[in-house]
Design a protein around this ligand. Structure first.
Ligand code: GLN
Length: 486
């Protein structure tokens, strides 16, 4: 076989598996070989599940021989380490969960397994998904495949880097405030953050429950649509998962943009953003116009409050969610003196500085006397941000913007300045607070050959629209075909 199977998109790999050109074992082995050669450079995986992958590949090949078919049958994917996987250590990138092995799969993961997906391993993340660079991982920092001195973004930086470096055909991440969209942009791959409630959160270890969502990475828009289609849908185990039908995304993905109204929010082109990013995003919008879209300037007036709103709500929810890591039921336990000392020592040693910062911020915002001034007020502003989008979507079908204000930054550059780090999510946080969907896809490169991302935001539950617009753009421009030279 002369072609490198890791260069195939999921759609192409499926065609090859279907026609018997190669087997799921061949495909999986190609990825495992590449992981062996390059993971020490990219550091995308926290652990590689080689034996399980080969076993699943064998099962997939058997199913294919028995005439089975399916969008993801025999496709090797990378899974972010905040998603529970039966019998496979799941740490959330935290020392406090070292050695924790869940007895069940997250629903999103289970649905992929039921569809014949092969898990290659668990990918690195900022601890408990808190961060934008993977530098907050309790284990190591993942490298950007385009420049290994730079961050891959975060928190799902491991999955983004794995897909970019062709260490997986696609992957799962989670997005609470931008954690699939921003790393996808920084690594030059595609990612979709579905609407809140589109994909079950069951088995996703909670960070901020009213914002958490499970998203997909791929090297093409079609590929993320396929993964989403398999994961999505109501799950009785997550009371916030929506009981609405999941459309066939592939049926509408080819319909183009003719006549679609694309909104460009004036608040998303700000002073201090990297000129190359602005230029590429504006060029992408011009491209959509050339293909028949109707471009309109819109306003999302409460955008500037999104960052402070998010950094009250998310830490408040995190402080409550992380109380469960008490050293008794899961992971690390440092027995010291009485029970109280044991809690303090375990949490003191098990959590890293960013997680502690969030627990303190959240506890403060929820405490008596401050609750009304901070938390309650943030909830009210969140409603205003949501209403901005509702009004905008009366005038437009989709909203186009940058994903992040700049391309990948150097490792260490923002590590000591939490506020600078938080600012890399200014353009992704509003959609998270509003619970709507967003797609991130490559739209160019800066002068240092670092990828730039275009964000397409759609109305609640209209993943079909962002996928459709993203697909036609990708077909016309082919930015996604460029590969990092590792
Ligand atoms: N970077 C943001 C944060 O640190 C978003 C993280 C996420 O979406 N999980 O909270």
């Amino acid at each position: 076989m002369s072609i490198d199977l890791t260069t195939l998109s999921i759609v192409e790999a499926r065609a090859g598996l279907r026609s018997g050109q190669f087997s799921a074992i061949d495909l999986t082995q190609s990825y495992l070989n590449r992981i062996k050669a390059l993971n020490q450079t990219v550091k995308a995986y926290l652990r590689v599940t080689e034996a399980q992958a080969l076993e699943s590949a064998q099962t997939a090949d058997q199913a294919i021989q028995n005439g089975k078919d399916g969008a993801l049958l025999g496709i090797p994917l990378a899974i972010k380490d905040v998603l529970s996987t039966t019998g496979v250590e799941t740490t959330c990138g935290s020392k406090i969960l070292a050695g924790y092995t869940p007895p069940f799969n997250a629903t999103a993961v289970q649905r992929l397994f039921d569809a014949g997906v092969i898990m290659l391993g668990k990918t690195n993340t900022d601890e408990f998904a808190m961060g934008s660079s993977t530098e907050n991982s309790g284990y190591f920092t993942t490298r950007n495949p385009w420049d290994t001195e730079r961050v891959p973004g975060g928190s799902s930086g491991g999955s983004a880097a794995a897909v970019s470096a062709r260490l997986a055909a696609g992957g799962l991440g989670t997005d609470t405030g931008g954690s699939v969209r921003q790393p996808a942009a920084l690594c030059g791959v595609v990612a979709i953050k579905p609407s809140y409630g589109r994909v079950s959160r069951y088995g996703l270890i909670a960070f901020a429950s009213s914002l958490d969502s499970v998203g997909a990475f791929g090297r093409t828009v079609q590929d993320v649509g396929l993964i989403l289609g398999v994961m999505a849908g109501h799950d009785p185990k997550d009371s916030t998962s929506m009981n609405v039908p999941v459309p066939d995304y592939m049926a509408t993905i080819g319909q183009g943009v003719k006549g679609l109204r694309v909104g460009v929010p004036k608040e998303y082109f700000i002073d201090g953003m990297q000129p190359a990013t602005e230029k590429a995003v504006r060029a992408a919008i011009a491209q959509l116009e050339a293909m028949g879209a109707d471009i309109r300037e819109i306003s999302l007036p409460h955008t500037r409050y999104a960052l402070s709103t998010y950094y009250l709500i998310a830490p408040a929810e995190a402080s409550a969610n992380l109380a469960r890591f008490d050293s008794v039921r899961y992971g690390l336990r440092k027995t010291q003196g009485d029970l109280w000392d044991t809690y303090k020592t375990t949490r003191g040693e098990g959590f890293g500085p960013e997680v502690k910062r969030r627990i303190m911020l959240g506890t403060y915002a929820l405490s008596a006397g401050y609750y009304d001034a901070y938390y309650l007020k943030a909830q009210k502003v969140r409603t205003l941000i949501k209403q901005d989008f509702e009004k905008a979507f009366e005038q437009v079908d989709v909203i186009a913007s940058p994903v992040a204000p700049s391309t990948a930054f150097k490792i260490g550059e923002k590590a000591d300045d939490p506020l600078q780090m938080y600012l890399s999510d200014v353009f992704t946080l509003p959609a998270s607070l509003a619970g709507i969907c967003g797609l991130s896809l490559p739209c160019g490169f800066d002068e240092s050959n670092l990828p730039i991302g275009l964000q397409l935001m759609g109305p609640f539950m209209r993943e079909d629209v962002v996928l459709r617009v993203g697909h036609v753009y990708e077909q016309a421009t082919k930015w996604h075909m460029r590969q990092p030279a590792l």
